[in-house]
Design a protein around this ligand. Structure first.
Ligand code: CDP
Length: 227
């Protein structure tokens, strides 16, 4: 008699710079394959908003470390997406996408203690997804395929021409200096933004959102079919 096979649970890691197409495609993939959608950028943004509220400066390493240790995370499900709670509160989107957060987030995200504070929380969302009966997780960020889930079933790296990315962000109506954030994210010492070895690298400059989705969905569908 053969042992019953566990229902497949997959982890999809999508990394890339600002406005490279991560969020749009991750949300569609989550819907199509019944995966929990996790936008880790929103977590770094939430932590940044909290630090700013507390008056913690990026330059005061001791204060940042103390504030990072004191963070208490929880999770609320918003449709298919994991919304992070800090001290029992989900910080509203308007706040985490504000100009002040845009200007500060990469500076806080470059501090190792801040990244460590979020590491276990992000990995734990795979268990949260299982508890909620999802078939897997699609997690987007800068270090998902390299640090958070290096053994993910699928690892993608999206990139696009900087001018095209600036145009996309402007269309969304956000004031955002994405080149500056990319510069800080790519040159930091801890978990810099880069294409992890073995990940599928996709240039989205001349692709429509639907074409990006199909490029990512094809290997995932094949992976599910093979299990
Ligand atoms: O809005 P956009 O897609 O450009 O960025 P985001 O995904 O919201 O991430 C905001 C910032 O959080 C990034 O510029 C990084 O500094 C930081 N971040 C990170 O360091 N590691 C991650 N896994 C995700 C975001």
């Amino acid at each position: 008699m053969t042992a019953p096979t566990a229902s497949p649970f997959i982890i999809v890691a999508i990394d890339g710079g600002a406005a490279s197409g991560k969020s749009t495609s991750s949300k569609v993939l989550a819907e199509r394959f019944h995966l929990l959608h996790v936008d880790t950028g929103s977590f770094y943004r939430g932590v940044t908003a909290e630090f700013l509220r507390l008056g913690v400066s990026t330059k005061d390493h001791t204060a940042v470390t103390a504030a990072a240790h004191a963070l208490r995370f929880g999770t609320k499900l918003h449709d298919r997406s994991a919304a992070m709670e800090i001290g029992g509160r989900v910080i509203p989107d308007t706040e985490i996408r504000s100009r002040i957060v845009n200007e500060n987030v990469s500076h806080f995200a470059a501090i190792p203690e801040v990244r460590t504070a979020l590491l276990a929380y992000q990995r734990g969302l795979a268990d949260f997804a299982r508890e909620q009966n999802f078939r897997g997780v699609v997690m987007e960020g800068r270090d998902i395929g390299s640090v958070i889930f290096p053994g993910a079933d699928f690892r993608f790296f999206l990139h696009a021409d900087p001018l095209e990315r600036a145009r996309r962000r402007e269309k969304e109506g956000h004031h955002d200096s994405i080149t500056e954030r990319d510069r800080i994210d790519s040159t930091r010492k801890t978990a810099p933004l880069s294409c992890p070895a073995g990940a599928l690298s996709i240039d989205t400059t001349h692709l429509t959102p639907a074409q990006v989705v199909e490029t990512l969905a094809a290997p995932i569908a094949a992976g599910f079919a093979a299990r």
